[in-house]
Design a protein. Structure first.
Length: 627
């Protein structure tokens, strides 16, 4: 699942991920802007509604105060007398009062109108389609017209519990009204009519209810609402347009910048050399892919680490422990030149490294840029070129020396043979034996000189079918004197019927000489003096592997052996356990390359104190030995 996700991420690329990110940001801003517009519209609508209620409430309070003033004026005068008409008839609830009727000086009959009667007639006169409604009521009315409706009953109950005012929006005959009701307190003028009901001064006798129609105000609100919508909708559209346009421009700009950065990263990651940037204290801030590959590490392992964990600087002892910190030398003194240092891989192995340092100054400090390059192959090529030059010089010297030796040695052999032919007259048996030994040793010298000439000839481009037996014998003859001098017992086991191999004889001889030299060095390390166990063994045989026929040559010594942590690196270039002057670290690396060039295999098996077995497998030629 993780691999599939990574593949989808790579397929989408940085531009796709950037586009998705910018789209997400644009939609977040768009949703936020929409919420702001909705909140603003909602707040304005709520504010308009509150203003309508406040206007209606103020109007209702004004009406209530006016009615209350009328009521108190009439109460303070114990009522008023008005002519009796069809609309104003004598109040039957005041007939118990002697002064309920009167007559003017001209004989016009009058009737006493109490405050409630007067207020009710005033409300009847002002009630219209858009007029306010008023009502004086109580829970114990004298007249049926003063009976409280359900809303007024709840308000009167609330007054009994201590409320001083009740306001709400209610529907009356299908129309919205703002209703306000306040309590009426029993005053002195009220007791004339209501003493019989048991009221006393200060009792809540009832309340005055005012209802203000809201149709006109709601009509104004609807117009304001339309204006609010017309104002907010274009603002919302303009905001969204600005957001998405700006997002597009920003996305386009960031995409161009991302493309430029991607190109730069691609160029840096496709460099042949490693590139590392670090701060003044040597902390790694970035590195490219070749640098990670060079040190066999992942970027996450190196970012934030000190450069001394990767590179051995002059005069700095490497701190192997993870919690130890190396002392960083003065990097400024190393800038502007190429320095050969040592690099550390993940497994702790080292390799030659060429480092070029440069620096850049910023306000926050200096940034160092290190270009690193593995020069192992370069050093190998230089060493091989030097070795080739040395071998060529040795070859020329050997050829010259061999020619100079051949003439006197041939003379020695010939003169000795002449003396031996005439030995019957001049020498006894001991003399003849000496002459035979002189001739034999002279022939051995001639054979060695011939082998030396053969080894010195530069015929690296010649590949032919040769006998492995002849190559081994020539190699042994070159080293036999030194082996005997070191007291090494050599045994060679080569079957006579082995097939030929197709090879360059000088190159295979170079491999065999190198293996025999390493084996003799290991034996001398374990046995500095003569010892019966100081032995070296060469065996040859034929085997089949991967459907092909091979000649297998093993060189076995019983020297000091090779530890497991070292044997893994013996084929590494420039790796050697020999002291300075004893080895270059190139022998086995070059030998492995020569065997590989012949489509063969070279391997070494060993353990400390046990035998070391070097195996060379070379493919057979097309003809059998002796053909």
């Amino acid at each position: 699942m993780e691999n599939n996700q990574e593949q989808r991420e790579q397929a989408r690329g940085p531009q796709g991920r950037l586009s998705e990110k910018e789209d997400l940001h644009a939609w977040i801003f768009a949703i936020s802007w929409t919420m702001i517009i909705i909140i603003s519209l909602t707040w304005n609508i709520s504010r308009q509604k509150k203003e309508i209620i406040e206007i209606a409430t103020n109007e209702a309070k004004t009406i209530f105060e006016k009615d209350l003033v009328y009521y108190r004026w009439a109460t303070s005068h114990n009522g008023v007398y008005v002519p009796i008409t069809t609309k104003t008839k004598p109040n039957p609830y005041l007939q118990h009062l002697p002064e309920s009727r009167a007559v003017t000086a001209t004989g016009v009959p009058l009737t006493l109108v109490n405050p409630e009667y007067m207020i009710r007639q005033v409300y009847d006169m002002q009630t219209g389609p858009a007029g306010a409604l008023g009502h004086i009521t109580s829970l114990d009315p004298i007249r049926d017209e003063n009976v409280a409706d359900p809303w007024e009953s709840e308000a009167l109950d609330a007054f009994e519990k201590g409320e001083e005012q009740v306001i709400s929006v209610e529907m009356i005959d299908g129309e919205p009204y703002l209703r306000l009701m306040r309590p009426m307190m029993t005053e002195t003028g009220c007791l004339k009519c209501h003493r019989r009901q048991g009221y006393e001064m200060g009792d809540i006798r009832g309340g005055i209810s005012v209802a203000v129609p809201l149709d006109v105000l709601y009509s104004i609100f609807r117009k304001d609402l339309l204006m609010l919508l017309l104002a907010h909708f274009p603002l919302w559209i303009m905001g969204l347009t600005g957001i998405f346009f700006s997002s597009h421009r920003i996305s386009l700009s960031m995409r161009k910048r991302e493309e430029a950065e991607a190109k730069t990263r691609s160029i840096i990651n496709n460099m042949l050399d490693g590139l590392i940037t670090m701060s003044e204290d040597g902390t790694i801030e970035s590195l490219n892919a070749p640098a990670c590959s060079l040190f066999e590490r992942r970027p996450s392992e190196l970012l934030g680490q000190n450069i001394t964990k990767l590179i051995q600087f002059p005069g700095v002892v490497f701190a192997a422990a993870p919690d130890e910190q190396n002392v960083l030398p003065d990097l400024s003194s190393m800038t502007g030149e190429q320095i050969e240092l040592r690099g550390f891989r993940r497994d702790g192995s080292t390799f030659p490294l060429e480092v070029s340092l440069s620096e850049m100054a910023f306000d926050v400090g200096r940034l160092y840029i290190a270009t690193v390059r593995d020069i192992t192959e370069e050093k190998i090529r230089k060493s091989e070129a030097l070795r080739t030059g040395q071998l060529a010089a040795i070859g020329e010297l050997a050829a010259g020396v061999a020619h100079e030796i051949n003439n006197p040695i041939n003379g020695i052999i010939n003169y000795s043979q002449i003396l031996l032919d005439n030995a019957d007259e001049r020498y006894d048996d001991a003399g003849r034996d000496f002459l035979s030994r002189i001739i034999k040793e002279g022939e051995r010298i001639a054979l060695i000189v011939g082998n030396l000439l053969s080894f010195a000839r530069q015929r690296d481009d010649v590949v032919e079918e040769v006998s492995i037996k002849e190559i081994i014998e020539d190699s042994v003859s070159l080293l036999m004197h030194q082996l005997q001098k070191d007291g090494i017992r050599l045994s060679v086991d080569i079957p006579p019927d082995l097939p030929f191999i197709q090879a360059n004889p000088q190159q295979i001889q170079q491999v065999m000489v190198n293996l025999l030299t390493n084996a003799s060095y290991a034996l001398n390390q374990r046995f500095p003096e003569m010892n019966k166990d100081k032995r070296l063994e060469i065996k040859c045989g034929q085997k089949t592997a991967m459907g092909k026929e091979y000649i297998s040559i093993t060189v076995t010594d019983w020297g000091v052996g090779i530890p497991q942590d070292i044997i893994e690196h013996i084929f590494d270039s420039l790796f050697t356990t020999k002291p300075p002057g004893k080895g270059t670290g190139l022998g086995l690396s070059i030998s492995k390359g020569l065997v590989r060039d012949h489509q063969g295999f070279l391997s070494v098996e060993s353990s400390p104190g046990g035998p070391t077995v070097a195996t060379v497998d070379l493919p057979v030629g097309t003809r059998a030995n002796g053909q």
